[in-house]
Design a protein around this ligand. Structure first.
Ligand SMILES: [Zn+2]
Length: 472
């Protein structure tokens, strides 16, 4: 004889490990639940109480059915006090018996069908019908009636509710907790081909507790979720105008980053923005607003960079290298370099004006202004020679700058003895032969690219591509 097993009432209940019925449908909420999880998540004493009430109500108001067939189920226990669900009547018709022979799609279709029979689903449908019927601009309101394709004979759908509305003929589907992506996608294309609109409605929505299936709807509908609940149904009836509740995300830029917060409001159905091609219906343009904010943020950033660039150039043009700098000038420069670092440009290291900066700024700004900057020269050609003598690492950059600012004719005119023509030819050959003395080191590139983007981009392209050298 088997010994009786006594379980601690406060312990969690034990499910059998491989039950025949793996999923059950909560007939009130329309949720499909995992049988093993549901059992093992309950305390033994509570489960026993549940078991009794489930059994008592089995014929009148069953609490659960099998997820794959409409038969109500109840909780039974093995002699070892392990629990599982059993059909009210086992007539062998349940597909759970031959589960392994079913495809994933077939199992999903069975579960979906079961959910549509739930009380939650019926209640949601009836609220949509009430809301539509209250508004005289709607007509031909039907539930569970076939929608035959006007294009493909034999092709048809059966939406939960359909009606003629301000947007033409619209199909309404109630999204339950587990409407599968396949179902969503396949219906969307059917109604698009029909030139009609499919609108998904939920019975309720909690942004903090979203399932993946809800997100499928949310993100394909411009981050708007439509709900018809008791409050909106009553409002529709009171005002004779179809209202829906819309939950949506509001984008905000916070410390330079895009963040969302949730809002919901009740809106008139006729005020929704609909798109037949995208099969969307929404109240708040999340995508449009997010794009706008991102563009504004980018404009602010670019504007800020432009401003900093100009201030650094102005400072450089105004300073006089021969007179000692005032304390406030030093401070201004240090602040500018600080801002530069903050924009992600590595600050040039070393002395206050280290070689990288002095040669670069004097050289490029001289080309830009077409007159010597920073050094006490008369002609641009002297600046060019000075760079090649004292700052060979900026020679390539200088050459690019002369071209960028169209200084070629001026240089030619100033190069009376042809000294520069010879020198630049020799340097070009050296560079082509792999002489790296005239190339900038990678440490100065970020600064160059920030201060003079067009020149920086060209120099960088040249460095990145051996082929580019032939174009020099
Ligand atoms: Zn079944």
């Amino acid at each position: 004889m088997r010994r009786n097993i006594t379980v601690d009432p406060l312990a969690y209940a034990d499910p059998v490990q491989n039950p025949e019925i793996t999923e059950i449908l909560d007939l009130a909420s329309g949720e499909v639940l995992d049988a093993v999880q549901w059992i093992s998540g309950r305390r033994y004493d509570h489960l026993i109480a549940d078991r009794v009430s489930i059994r008592e109500n089995l014929s009148s108001v069953p609490r659960f059915s099998c997820a794959l067939c409409p038969t109500p189920v109840y909780l039974v226990s093995s002699p070892e006090k392990r629990f599982f669900f059993r059909h009210k009547s086992e007539d062998g018709s349940c597909p759970a018996k031959t589960r392994s022979a079913l495809s994933r799609e077939e199992i999903q279709a069975l579960k979906y069908h079961g959910q549509r029979e739930s009380e939650a689903h019926k209640a949601a449908k009836s609220r949509i019908i009430r809301s539509l019927a209250a508004d005289p601009t709607n007509s031909d309101i039907y539930t569970e009636r076939q929608w035959r394709s006007s294009l493909k004979p034999g092709s048809r759908r059966q939406p939960d509710v359909q009606a003629q509305t301000v947007f033409g003929r619209v199909a309404f589907e109630v999204q339950l907790s587990t409407t599968f992506l396949d179902v969503v996608a396949e219906r969307r294309s059917f109604y698009r081909q029909e030139g009609a609109l499919l609108i998904w409605m939920m019975a309720g929505f909690n942004p903090e507790d979203r399932r993946l299936t809800t997100d499928d709807l949310l993100f394909s509908n411009n981050s708007n979720i439509l709900v018809v609940d008791e409050e909106t149904a009553q409002l529709s009836e009171r005002e004779g105008l179809f209202h829906v509740r819309c939950h949506y995300r509001v984008p905000e830029v916070n410390a330079g980053k895009l963040k969302d917060r949730w809002r919901d409001e009740i809106v008139a159905f006729r005020d929704l923005i609909v798109d037949f091609e995208k099969q969307t219906a929404w109240a708040f343009d999340y995508a449009g607003q997010a794009n706008l904010l991102l563009r504004q943020r980018e404009a602010t950033r670019l504007g800020g960079e432009d401003d900093l660039r100009q201030r650094i150039c102005s400072f450089w043009l105004a300073r006089n290298q021969k007179t000692p700098e005032t304390v406030s000038q030093v401070e201004t420069w240090q602040n500018l370099i600080g801002e530069l670092s903050a924009s992600g440009v590595p600050a040039p290291i070393g002395d206050r004006y280290d070689r990288a900066i002095t040669g670069l700024m004097n050289g490029v700004l001289s080309a830009r202004e077409k007159t010597p900057v920073g050094w006490d020269f008369k002609h641009l050609i002297q600046v060019v020679h000075r760079i090649c003598d004292g700052y060979p690492e900026h020679a390539l950059t200088m050459g690019v700058a002369l071209r960028e600012y169209e200084c070629e004719d001026l240089i030619k005119a100033q190069d009376k003895k042809g000294k520069w023509a010879k020198r630049s030819h020799a340097m070009r050959q050296a560079i082509l032969n792999g002489d790296e003395r005239f190339l900038p080191d990678s440490g100065t590139l970020p600064f160059l690219k920030f201060m003079f983007p067009a020149i920086g981009a060209r120099v960088e392209r040249f460095l990145a591509s051996g082929l580019g050298r032939s174009q020099f």
